[in-house]
Design a protein around this ligand. Sequence first.
Ligand code: NAD
Length: 454
Amino acid sequence: MEEILKVIELQRKYFASGKMRDFKERRKTLKRLRKNILSMQNEIYDALYKDLGKSECESYMTEVGLSLAEIRYMLRHGKSYSKKRRVMLSLSQFPSKGYKMPVPYGCTLIISPWNYPFMLSIEPIVDAVTAGNSVILKPSEYSPNVSKVLTKLIGMTFERGHVDVINGGVEECSYLLDQDFDYIFFTGSTRVGKIVMQKASEHFTPVTLELGGKCPCVVDKTANLKLTARRIVFGKFLNSGQTCVAPDYVYCQEGIKDELIKHITAEIENQYKDSLNNEDYPRIVNLKQFSVMKGFIDNGEVIYGGKCDQEKLKIEPTLLDSNFESETMQDEIFGPILPIVTFKEVDEAIGNIKSYPKPLALYIFSADKKIQKRFIEECDFGGGCVNDTIMHITDPKLGFGGIKQSGMGAYHGKVGFDTFTHYKSLTKKGKFDLPFRYQPFNKLKYKIIKLFLK
Ligand code: NAD
């Protein structure tokens, strides 16, 4: 723990040195990060394979590629975001100039999970560094190979005190959370999110919480079922279902259930042939998670799949016949198990979704624009797609974050820059003075004040 205190002290000194006030310096580090990621690609793929069995293509698409895209975006826009902006003030301020001045929070703590251990560490670092902060990263103990690569990459890229890595588990993370950071950015479970928020409140530290939850995937009777199935299978079984925005369950209208299952089954066979032996199909992160998933299968009504290989920690893409009382419907699944639940009427479906905690994502597959609009407007959720899954998180321009139980705050692109930025509001005054605000007040001053402020 002494090491942690030393690193924090170093970070405070580094931040106070003011080196990162100049955007040119931030740009240099972003460029170096990009160069080093590219030169270490094979080590990154190797680590992701060791920790999660991810193929190179999936690793590029969902981890390395997205991180590079965020760096590219910030290299393009970061300078403009970092500028002090003139604001036209109201007449009551005359004569004065107004400004909004973006300033970094200072020493920030970023805590990341194991499921996309590279991307979910690098993307918030990119946003934090673009905004001029220093960062301590605490990666997950459940993806140790990626943590090792991250430690090397960050050591090669950033000066000590600017971005540092503290490895460890719950004990180290709790200790970090007891310290006084200027901002905490946490990605992980709702359970730990609550602990983070409690601890942060001790120091009045602002937080962003990127959490999880049960993301509904609604399919109504007008949907194009073949395309729907294809996109559901893509979003659900990517990373073996260990994705915070994966469709947690399919909520389909009665009458199309059998047809939809037929198409989903065909798509699984198409995209994940012989999944237990398929090198491109990731594994479950550890035996504990594997056992939870196996329990769902053993206690559920399997429609398709259900085979498991404990030695390889792999589980087939599995469909379960379910309802809201089923075991799988009580909490976030976070694995390759897809319950199919049905509804009769749209009102019933919206009512049920609203009775659950607010999800991180919602997907609505429908050809009917009025139905699409109802789900989008009446349900609360972090973000989502109409007639697709997951794709809303891939563009930095859209921003990404949850709501209430699925999180607070957001990042990616400009939203990410804003997350790690405090905007100082400033007015600059000249000598000329309008005297009516000063005591002693009289009727005329009161009248003038009322004229300006209404
Ligand atoms: P987790 O909450 O168990 O762990 C996340 C981090 O918190 C890890 O670094 C871990 O070391 C630390 N931690 C764990 N227990 C702690 C404690 N008691 N005190 C202090 N720190 C603690 O989450 P996970 O299992 O790594 O990740 C899976 C969860 O993350 C899922 O719920 C998933 O939905 C969510 N998630 C959300 C997003 C998002 O962007 N919203 C992305 C990925 C994952």
